[in-house]
Design a protein around this ligand. Sequence first.
Ligand SMILES: Nc1ncnc2c1ncn2[C@@H]1O[C@H](COP(=O)(O)OP(=O)(O)OP(=O)(O)O)[C@@H](O)[C@H]1O
Ligand SMILES: [Mg+2]
Length: 227
Amino acid sequence: MSKNLIEIKKLKKEFKNNNSVVKVLNNVNINIESGKLVALVGPSGSGKSTFLHLLALLDEPTQGKIFLFGNSITNISEDKKNKIIKDYISIIFQNNNLLSDFTALENVAIPLIIRNQNYKNSIEKAKKVLAKVNLSHRLNYFPSDLSGGEQQRVAIARSLAADTKIILADEPTGNLDYKTSNEVFSYFLKLKEKNKTILIATHNRELAKKADYTLSLVNGNIKRKSK
Ligand SMILES: Nc1ncnc2c1ncn2[C@@H]1O[C@H](COP(=O)(O)OP(=O)(O)OP(=O)(O)O)[C@@H](O)[C@H]1O
Ligand SMILES: [Mg+2]
């Protein structure tokens, strides 16, 4: 088996809008090894979210392929896709995507219940993870009653609770203050020690420096920058 967890070959992504075509990714070729914390940087609009959505199987590339554990995950059936997502991938969305009719605690527990875990254990685990992002006092709050940063921390907890091999985080510290950003980032570092692979899109240079390496997205291409 390949030592690369994720292999990306000749990846291209375009969006068609009315009569115009937006070319976002253009021939991206990179590999990501297991157990790495990788920062994805690039100007606003360069395609970071687009790239993470492709890796999370939420969108299909225009051309090219993505391999996970050496197997192509491009153009596979919806059933296979859903199984791969459930077993291996969690994503923290840039706009957090919390379920508005559920409390913070329920939002974090739901992915566990979906993964067939017992209800009581799911709630207990969700409480523990919410404590790690300092939200024990907001368990029964609905997203609309939480601040932007608190909502983002619930989204982070939801993804962490799922305990997947791959964690894709789209500007997870964007709404957080300095201290909380550092705390959240240190939690990602701990996950790396558990051999998780974490890809974080960020505009925060200081945090990017703490990653194992940086992928820089400029003009549709992604280049690896060594430290
Ligand atoms: N569904 C879509 N249809 C058309 N264009 C899109 C679509 N999604 C994204 N784009 C365009 O693709 C480009 C890249 O967007 P993307 O959200 O990936 O950027 P980003 O690097 O994440 O930016 P930011 O740092 O602001 O979050 C943008 O120009 C955007 O307008
Ligand atoms: Mg984005």
